[in-house]
Design a protein around this ligand. Structure first.
Ligand code: ZN
Ligand code: ZN
Length: 425
């Protein structure tokens, strides 16, 4: 099977290439790159005005299998990923049972191979502690050998400093990051919203911003002490970035990601009492959004990740305090990133590609994707000017818990190519 991608703008940060070129793909491999290519047997796809980039990876999703398939299965999650323009995802281990031994890793990889015929690469993240209970370490060597790309107890922080120290020591040995849901839990007990005027006026128990900052500060010292690799999931407050900036300036292997909901929404939207605005960490303030955008621009924030967290309608259709944390994000991420970041001149399109592909792959020690002749085609194609309105009823995800229904966005995925397969969004 041959595909001729005509007239797209090829943005390939690993080689610095950024120009309008044609790509001839044969059986999943990039055969030729050039101007005015022709191939009589190929299917021709006109991509004028569209971007062709190395495949996007979402390094932070929750697919609920095993245990909670009614929220999302690996198959439905992979469809949501493909529809959102991602050729790869990393799934967090807070399943039931949690991903804390090699049999679970093999199970996830096996399910991913049959979902959409293996179109989307699913990279499991192993638990840091057995059962994610925070009491003793999971078998990290066994998990690393089975193929996890990192370790996290996400949903909960690794609170115990001794366990974090040991985990970081192993991370240096196995070359896998420890990914922290940074929250000092004794400061956020019972909390459901950012500590501030909105939470106080609505009578919602607070999650103070310092809970995130001090956990990151502690962990960075431990990373420095042990030589371990440390990654902060979903940064949400300005002060966290100061610690990460300082760590980077010392040359420490410390990185972080931000979610589209944290750079788009502020805690004032809680006045709607919409449980689809409840997530952990919570939505913060306008000043935080400005700091997160500055962090993206400056390069302090390495990656954009969704923290895609599906829940059923019934679970979210309760009082705010009772609702589970989390929102879905795979199918709105690209639109929000283009609308909020590229259109508002926070970052350029090549920088967006870096934060959705190049950087997260580097953090996870995955082989870089390059768009070059002879390489496998692992591509995300998107239209940076397409305008659309978010309609959750059209999502491929099994869940609908998004705060972005009705949002008018610019930037839409067009299709992905991966593992010899093609998917048009
Ligand atoms: Zn988390
Ligand atoms: Zn998460």
């Amino acid at each position: 099977m041959q595909l001729l991608l005509k007239g797209g703008r090829l943005i390939d940060p690993p080689t610095g290439r950024d120009e309008v070129l044609d790509l001839l793909i044969s059986n999943g491999q990039i055969e030729r790159i050039g101007k005015s290519l022709a191939a009589s047997t190929a299917q021709i796809i006109e991509l004028k005005g569209k971007i062709i980039a190395p495949g996007f990876i979402d390094m932070h999703v929750h697919f609920r299998e095993p245990g909670f398939e009614y929220k999302e299965s690996i198959a439905s999650g992979c469809e949501a990923a493909a529809a959102g323009g991602f050729t790869a995802v990393c799934c967090m281990p807070n399943t039931d049972p949690p991903i804390d031994d090699e049999s679970l890793v093999h199970f996830i990889l096996g399910r991913a191979r049959i979902a959409l015929d293996g179109l989307v690469d699913v990279h499991p993240i192993g638990a840091v502690t057995a059962g994610r209970k925070g009491e003793h370490l999971a078998p990290l060597a066994e998990l690393a050998a089975a193929g996890v790309v990192g370790f996290s107890d996400d949903g909960e922080p690794v609170h115990d400093a001794e366990l974090m120290r040991r985990a970081l020591e192993y991370s240096a040995m196995f070359k896998k990051p420890i990914i922290q849901h940074a929250q000092e839990p004794t400061l956020t007990r019972g909390g459901v919203a950012n500590e501030g005027y909105p939470s106080a006026s609505l009578g919602l128990l607070p999650m103070p911003r310092i809970a995130e900052e001090i956990m990151v500060a502690r962990d960075i010292r431990l990373a420095e002490y042990t030589g371990g690799q440390y990654h902060v999931a979903h940064v949400s407050v300005a002060e966290t970035l100061d610690h990460i900036r300082a760590a980077k300036s010392k040359g420490l292997p410390v990185t972080c990601e931000v979610t589209p909901h944290h750079f788009t929404l502020i805690d004032e939207v809680l006045a709607s009492f919409d449980t689809n605005t409840k997530m952990s960490p919570p939505l913060r303030t306008r000043d935080d959004i400005e700091a997160l955008k500055a962090g993206l621009k400056e390069g302090i924030i390495d990656a954009i990740a969704t923290d895609h967290a599906p829940h059923s309608y019934d679970e979210k259709e309760v009082e705010f305090a009772q609702a589970p944390f989390g929102v879905i994000g795979l199918e709105t991420a690209l639109g929000l990133a283009v609308t909020e970041l590229v259109r508002k001149n926070v970052i350029s399109l090549p920088q967006l590609v870096e934060k959705c592909s190049t950087n997260p792959r580097r953090i996870l020690h995955l082989p870089p994707i390059t768009i070059a002749e002879g390489e496998q085609a692992n591509l995300t194609i998107f239209d940076p000017t397409a305008e659309w309105t978010v309609d959750p009823s059209l999502f491929k995800s099994r869940a609908r818990n998004t705060p972005f229904g009705g949002f008018k966005l610019v930037g839409k995925p067009v299709g992905i190519l991966n593992n010899g397969k093609v998917y048009w969004c």
